[in-house]
Design a protein around this ligand. Sequence first.
Ligand code: UGA
Length: 456
Amino acid sequence: MRVVIIGGGYVGLVSGTCLAALGADVTVVENNPARFDMLCAGKMPVYEPGLEELSAKMRGTRRLNFVSHVSAAPAADIICIAVGTPARHGDGHADLSHVFAAVEQAAQHLQQPAIFMTKSTVPVGTGRRIAALLAELRPELAVHVASNPEFLREGAAIGDFMRPDRIIIGTDDPHAAGMLARIYAPLIKAGVPLLQTSLEGAELIKYAANGFLAMKIAFVNEMADLCERIGADIAEVARGIGMDTRIGQQFLQAGPGFGGSCFPKDTLALMRIAQDAGAPSRLIETVVSVNDTRKSAMASRVIAACGNAVRGKRIAVLGLTFKANTDDIRESPAMSLVQRLMDEGAHVQVFDPAGMRHARFQLSSGVKFHNSAMDALQGAHAAVFATEWEELSLVTPAQLQSTMAGRVVVDLRNMLEQDAFVRSGFAYHGIGRPSQPLSHDPKSVSISSAQIRLTA
Ligand code: UGA
């Protein structure tokens, strides 16, 4: 099966590399010269653990190739659109200009009937618009359109592609559905469920999945705020509700609010799609505004923990990316936090294992960038743990004692062992946790029937 992927960005590269690993002959079209040169040199222009290695291996098999223009791509059975769909300035709608430009270019160079498959996250109805455009541009060719949304998490994308919960193929054409199913044959054989839907259904599944997960996070964050008021621990509450299999344990980690290139953009787009369709989603509208408010409230937490004033104080912020295992700082709660602390007159010292290169361009000039967590902590009045990198979660109270001037720890990810820091004399501020640790062991225990004394 010959697949041409238009767009050598995050989705295009992960999908192209993994489809090659599944046996397809893949050509990725990347028209940005700098990125194309990197790809040809065996370097990945995006950060994703394991991608460079797998891509090198696939290039070795000759099943993965890069070209700089669609005219240089070989004839294909499937043309996959994997270009960016950023939020359009001003209104939150997805910007589809790259998608339609890619379709037009590919149509121009089309040599035979093919299936156009969208992997980019596109608003409901885009597939039909692509089909109409193709019918206009190349009426002589039988071209079908399908939606095959991706569910890749940054930092875990290869595993998500190779071991997905499901494969969604949205098309009305049985031939197109069969062809797409063939590129995933090894996964389907291994038991991954395949769901065939309408074009519109598949397009909405992508937004609705992200919207639902975002809603779960917004909910657990609100419960965390409530826990702080009533003296409960959100870890226990999340665990307790997640043990209900209808709810599930995942995406119940309370924190500083969701960020990244997907949830903020896709919830906003879903909100607009629903409004335009005359079926506004009050839930998603609320999730968007609750999350925005939460992200800006994180700075107020830090300021409160520092005695309601940070002017002139040194504050270490550890972790800048929107989550661990990525270099992505887009919509990261840590980034807006650093900026607000600077605006309030604090001296901010930062460290991130992967996000510093991008952060330097975005943060105001007074921010001090350090090469290690220990350097960033030097002389700090307060330490803020903003991203759950494993190496940051291993920082010990003794290390903070030997570097910091103050004793304030703000843990926006509940990634530290609270008791250890409290015992070492730190004022510890987590999310949805009582400021003093609970006296009992929060782990669940199993009790055998012999231990239960029944009373008559
Ligand atoms: C998300 C989805 O998880 C993917 O399935 C989807 O394919 C992708 O968007 C996309 O649309 O392309 P990603 O943005 O990489 O993936 O990151 P997530 O791991 O989902 O995290 C998103 C945000 O939610 C992060 O800011 C994270 O810190 C936050 N989060 C996540 C929480 O605050 N609590 C949780 O329990 C989980």
